[in-house]
Design a protein around this ligand. Structure first.
Ligand code: ADE
Ligand code: ZN
Length: 351
């Protein structure tokens, strides 16, 4: 099939515009090839004949059907080097997708429950982040996520167990099965994180109702909402998100894979942006959902028939929504501006 110049242009802008990734579960970047390599290295039985069979199992009906496979996949991660390799592989791809800043989720309880402690996964993550930054300039930080299907006490204990690493993370988050696990149970853990100066984010309004978004804002004091797409059901909530310019870290290909939407063309990100919500586009668990961040930009713009310049706006929004310093943000805004000026010169492309 021949591609039109417009399709090529969109693909190029989606990939090359400097951007931030704000919603990426590092365990969700475990590609089947690496899963098999690690399984072999560690003598773990994955329960699938080969890479193709594993990939073929990535067909989900909802969030829980995905989480069952995702937690199973994480069982191959055992040594510091495994965590290094996982992070290094993701950061290589992210750099190729124009990511200049990545604020990355990790799920400590997925590992500590298996007897693998902070002293194994943190040095692996941190060394890969330092090496990637030295090699490509990509700026990275970690956000520790609590699993919401576990108790508030578990979350608190998980946070306290991480004390030695509190200065190596920038924030805490809340993920895993949403429905039936409202944010209020995690107030104590989030308050402790705030006391030591950490940022707070939470998944809310992915499958759960708008009430969970209100809860994340009011009870947990979050500064970004992860997903948040169900805010559209509540006009007062939209007004609040717009008034506070509260970023949503939207993940369109994830929403499609987990049947939050039936068709990408029905995704509400365009409508939310039109109402003034600060939307960003992210990958969530790209190894499972069929696309990294540039694919999320590209496929969503194409499916919704949005202008290619939408990619530039999403990139600007993503930088605005980072927890980086104002100086860092200025540098990245400048690099977006230079990128756009260059596009104007070569393609007569106006953002
Ligand atoms: N953990 C990994 N991906 C997730 C998602 N999309 N929602 C909730 N928890 C997750
Ligand atoms: Zn997520």
């Amino acid at each position: 099939m021949t591609r039109s110049p417009d399709a090529d242009r969109l693909a190029e802008v989606a990939r090359c515009v400097p951007k931030a990734e704000l919603h990426l579960h590092i365990e969700g970047s475990l590609e089947p090839e690496l899963a098999f390599e690690l399984a072999g290295r560690n003598g773990v039985e994955l329960g699938f004949a080969d890479v193709e069979a594993l990939r073929a199992a990535y067909s989900f009906t909802d969030l829980q059907s995905f989480l069952d496979i995702y937690y199973q996949g994480a069982s191959v991660l055992q040594t510091e080097k495994d965590f290094y390799d996982l992070m290094a592989a993701y950061l290589r791809r992210a750099h190729g997708d124009g990511v200049v800043r990545a604020e990355l989720f990790f799920d400590p309880q997925t590992h500590t429950e298996r007897g693998i402690g902070y002293d194994t996964f943190m040095p692996g993550f941190l060394a890969a982040m330092a090496d990637a930054e030295a090699a490509t300039g990509i700026s990275t930080d970690l956000i520790l996520c609590f699993l919401r299907h576990l108790s508030g006490d578990d979350a608190l204990a998980t946070f306290e167990e991480a004390t030695e690493y509190h200065d190596k993370i920038i924030g805490v988050g809340l993920d895993s099965g949403e429905v039936g696990n409202p944010p209020e149970r995690f107030v104590e853990a989030f308050n402790k994180a705030a006391e030591v100066g950490l940022h707070r984010v939470a998944h809310a309004g992915e499958e759960g109702p708008p009430a969970y978004i209100w809860g994340a804002l009011d009870e947990l004091g979050v500064e970004r909402i992860d997903h948040g797409v169900r805010c559209e059901e509540d006009d007062a909530l939209i007004d609040r998100l717009v008034a506070e310019q509260m970023p949503l870290t939207v993940c369109p290909l994830s929403n499609l894979a987990l049947r939050v939407v039936d068709d990408l063309a029905d995704h509400n990100i365009g409508r939310l942006a039109d109402r003034g919500v600060l939307v960003t586009v992210n990958a969530d668990d790209p190894a499972y959902f069929g696309g990294y961040i540039a694919e999320n930009y590209h496929q969503t713009i194409e499916a919704l028939g949005l202008a290619p310049a939408t990619a530039i706006q999403w990139a600007r929004n993503s930088i605005e929504a980072t927890f980086a310093t104002d100086d860092q943000k200025r540098t990245w805004f400048d690099s977006i501006d230079s990128y756009v000026e260059n596009l104007d010169a070569t393609w007569g492309f106006t953002a």
